[in-house]
Design a binder for this molecule. Structure first.
Ligand SMILES: Cc1cc2nc3c(=O)[nH]c(=O)nc-3n(C[C@H](O)[C@H](O)[C@H](O)COP(=O)(O)OP(=O)(O)OC[C@H]3O[C@@H](n4cnc5c(N)ncnc54)[C@H](O)[C@@H]3O)c2cc1C
Length: 453
C-alpha cells in the first residue's frame, strides 16, 4: 500500500476523529488517535461527549460514508443490536406542520444509541493493525517545526505531565470546543472567520421501557415543530428493545427533570403522539439535559495562510443545530472526501504539500449543504439571531409549499428525504418542473397541515 507519511495523529476519538482516522489509515504507516477520555469510556464515563445520551439519528449519507471507509460496519452495528427500519413505513415524522407520507421510498436506516454507533466504529477501526488509541491525554498546543509547518502536538496526561507527539499530519477533531483557532493566532496566524447562529437549543432525554409495537410498528417518531412552536421530540427504538426519548426546545431556561416533567413537556407539543408514548412507557434511567446555544461554521477555507501538516474535521469546523441530525454524517462525508484526496495524491506521488488548500474547500461542500438547510429552518424563529442565510424568508415559503406536495408525489417525497438523509443536494429538489409546481402551490396553498397518516 502506498504511504504518504510515517505517522498521522488525530486529536479526538468521537465520530469526527474516528472518521478522520479511518480516512488516514490507508495512507500512513501509523495512525494514532488521542483523546482526553479513557479509551474504553462509554456512557457516564464518556465526559468528552456529553451529547451522547441523546438521540443520534444516523442519516443514510453518513451510513454510506462509514461503510465506504470501514466496510462491514453497518452489519456490525446490526449485529450489536442496531434496529433496521424503513423510512416512511416505519417512521412517524411530523415535519414542521405536515406528517410525511407513510410509504417506502427506498431508505433503510439504522436506529441505535450514540454509544453503540461510536463503540462499533471504534472497534472496527482499531482492528486495523496500524491504528492505535491513547486515552487520558489532553491536547494542549500545536508544535511548529518552522513558522509554516506543524510537526506535532503537546499533550498532557491526567497527572499534568506533558509530552510532545510528532507526526507528518495532525487532524484536529476535538469538536466545537476546539482551540485550534486560538492556537493558530498564538502562533502568528490570522483569525479563522466564524459564522454563528444563536438558536438556543436544549435537549432532555431518557431511556424508557415500552412494548416493541408501542408506536404501532414504527421504530422512530420525530416531531420538528412548526414555527413559532418550539417544542419537539424524537422517540427512537434502540438496541436491547429499549426506547430513547429526546425532547427538545429553544430559548427555554427550565428543562424537564423527571418523568412527570417530561409528560408535562410532551403535552405541550403540537401533536399528541409523544405524550401518549411517554405516559404509557416506564422510565428506565436518569433524565439528562444538554444545552447547545449556538451553531457555528468556521471557515478554514477562507484564510490566506494555513500551516502545512495540520487539518481540522467534524464539529471543529461545523457544529449544527442537532435537531436535523447532520453532524456525524457531515464528519464522515468530510473524511470520505479526505480519503479520496489522499488516494489521488498517493497515486500521483504528489505527497502532502498544499493538502489544506485542497481539503478545506472539499470539506466545506458538505458543511455548506447542511448549514444552508438547517439555518434556513432556524431562521423562521424571530428569536434566532446571527448569520442567518440571505433570502431565508422566500426559502421558507418555498419549503412550506413543497411539503404540501409530498403526499401526492412519491418521487418528490423520495428526493425530499434524500436531502434530509444527506444523499443528495438540495438542488435535486429544484428542477424547473418542480419549481413551477411549488410556485403554483405558493400561489394557491392546497390546504391546512394534514392529520397523522
Ligand atoms: C444534543 C445533540 C444531539 C445530536 N444529535 C445528532 C444526530 O441526531 N445526528 C448526528 O449526526 N449528529 C448529532 N449530533 C452531533 C454529533 O454529536 C457530532 O456531530 C458528532 O459527535 C461529531 O462530532 P466530533 O467528533 O467532531 O466532535 P465531538 O463529538 O464533540 O467530540 C470531540 C472529541 O474530542 C475530545 N476532546 C475535546 N477536547 C480535547 C482535548 N483538548 N484533548 C483531547 N481530546 C479532546 C472529546 O473527548 C471528544 O471525544 C448531536 C449533537 C448534540 C449536541
Amino acid at each position: 500500500m502506498p504511504t504518504l507519511g510515517r505517522t498521522a495523529i488525530v486529536a479526538g476519538r468521537s465520530m469526527g476523529g474516528l472518521a478522520a482516522a479511518a480516512a488516514l489509515a490507508s495512507w500512513f504507516d501509523n495512525v494514532l488517535i488521542i483523546d482526553r477520555d479513557a479509551p474504553d469510556a462509554d456512557g457516564d464515563s464518556r465526559t468528552g461527549v456529553g451529547q451522547g445520551h441523546h438521540v443520534h439519528n444516523l442519516q443514510k449519507g453518513g451510513e454510506l460514508a462509514i461503510e465506504s471507509l470501514l466496510p462491514g460496519t453497518r452489519g456490525a452495528m446490526v449485529a450489536a443490536g442496531a434496529v433496521e427500519f424503513t423510512q416512511g413505513l416505519q417512521t412517524r415524522f411530523y415535519d414542521h406542520g405536515y406528517w410525511l407520507p407513510n410509504r417506502d421510498v427506498g431508505y433503510a436506516n439504522l436506529a441505535a444509541s450514540r454509544w453503540l454507533l461510536e463503540a462499533v466504529v471504534r472497534d472496527s477501526l482499531l482492528r486495523k493493525s496500524n491504528v492505535s488509541l491513547r486515552g487520558n491525554l489532553s491536547l494542549q498546543d500545536i508544535q511548529f517545526s518552522t513558522p509554516d509547518r506543524v510537526s506535532g502536538i503537546v499533550v498532557e496526561n491526567e497527572g499534568g505531565v506533558s509530552e510532545l507527539l510528532e507526526a507528518d499530519l495532525i487532524v484536529d477533531c476535538t469538536g466545537r470546543g476546539s482551540r485550534v483557532r486560538s492556537h493558530l493566532v498564538e502562533h502568528g496566524y490570522e483569525a479563522v472567520p466564524e459564522f454563528a447562529i444563536n438558536m438556543g437549543i436544549s435537549y432532555t432525554s431518557a431511556f424508557f421501557d415500552a412494548p416493541l409495537d408501542a408506536l404501532g410498528g414504527a421504530a422512530v417518531l420525530a416531531v420538528l415543530p412548526r414555527p413559532p412552536h418550539k417544542r419537539g421530540a424524537f422517540v427512537s427504538l434502540v438496541e436491547d428493545g429499549r426506547w430513547l426519548v429526546s425532547l427538545h426546545t429553544r430559548f427555554e431556561k427550565a428543562v424537564p427533570e423527571s418523568h412527570d416533567d417530561m409528560v408535562r413537556f410532551a403535552a405541550s407539543i403540537e401533536v399528541p403522539e409523544v405524550e401518549q408514548f411517554i405516559r404509557s412507557a416506564v422510565l428506565a434511567g436518569p433524565v439528562r439535559s444538554y444545552r447547545k446555544p449556538h451553531a457555528t461554521w468556521r471557515r478554514f477555507d477562507k484564510v490566506e495562510r494555513f500551516p502545512a501538516g495540520l487539518l481540522v474535521l467534524g464539529d471543529a469546523i461545523t457544529s449544527f443545530n442537532p435537531v436535523y441530525g447532520q453532524g456525524m454524517s457531515v464528519a464522515w462525508q468530510q473524511a470520505s472526501a479526505l480519503h479520496q484526496i489522499l488516494a489521488a495524491r498517493a497515486s500521483s506521488g504528489s505527497g502532502l504539500e498544499g493538502l489544506a488548500s485542497e481539503f478545506f474547500p472539499a470539506a466545506m461542500k458538505f458543511s455548506r449543504e447542511a448549514w444552508n438547510a438547517s439555518t434556513l429552518v432556524d431562521a423562521a424563529y424571530d428569536e434566532v439571531t446571527g448569520d442567518t442565510p440571505p433570502g431565508a424568508e422566500q426559502g421558507l415559503v418555498f419549503l412550506g409549499a413543497l411539503r404540501t406536495l409530498l403526499a401526492d408525489d412519491p418521487d418528490l417525497h423520495r428526493d425530499y428525504l434524500g436531502v434530509a438523509q444527506m444523499t443528495s443536494p438540495a438542488a435535486a429538489l429544484m428542477t424547473p418542473e418542480r419549481m413551477a409546481r411549488v410556485m403554483a402551490a405558493v400561489a394557491s396553498p392546497p390546504g391546512q397541515p394534514g392529520a397523522n397518516p
